[in-house]
Design a protein. Sequence first.
Length: 293
Amino acid sequence: MDAQVADEASAISAASHSAASQSVTTRPGKVKTNEIVMTNLAAKASVATTALTTRVPTTAIAKVGEKRCMLPVCNYHPAGSTRLFILEHTDGAGHRMKSIMEGMAIAIRNNLTFGGLVGQLQPLTDQHINFRVVTDAILGPGASKELFIWNISKRPTFAAEFQDARALEKKIKKLSDVNIYCHAVNEWGWNRAVATSHYFPMSFRSTLRQHVDAWPVQFSAGKVAVVMHLRRADLKRDDTRATPDDYYYGLADVIKQRIPNVEFHVWVSTKNIPAFDYDFWTEEDFKGYADRG
């Protein structure tokens, strides 16, 4: 178990989960028990307008009147590059955002422009969160209008369609200056001989972070901040997807052994809109995190 925990220690990342998230923030030497921070993503989206959402000049459009994403993060390669469109994933906000970033990464690796998404019929996630609001909160004001070009009821005809990244990368060199579609992008790392940095170069990562980096944070200066997100709001306490607290405690212990100068921030929602009528999670359920510092 320790080996598994150690392997996953490097995979912890911040998560923006819903329009109403709660944070149990623990700081060494300055512990605030059950500090609740209500996060309004719509308000966050207006914090700052960065270069991330500054449109590429229209002169860069490959074809007059063509509909595609004009954000810089979508246009790493010159005008005239083949344009990749993907399907908006179903499921929750995290899964959907992950797919967008994976689609962009595949475009970067294969010298493509990321054209945008073929969206679902309505913008609500399985947790009834408006994913367009989440998109603007993470990628910047107006980003959703650039990314969601089509929807499945008005799906255009593409010059080529691929089931997954593997199929796309085997034939992409034969295509030029056309619109293509890839149904599944989650297996972008199928070729282990290609380094992850070819898909996610540092310049791409920096661009993705620009808007979120403008948000004010409550991290202590001089500390290494580790953020954990717990899935709780739409699950009952005995659901196998509600990973036990002991797992996170063990993960934190391993991290503290390797990085003594660390503080932890735990993000969780206690109640979700479409959740069944049951005994919802409460602040008391997360007291153990604050008590552990």
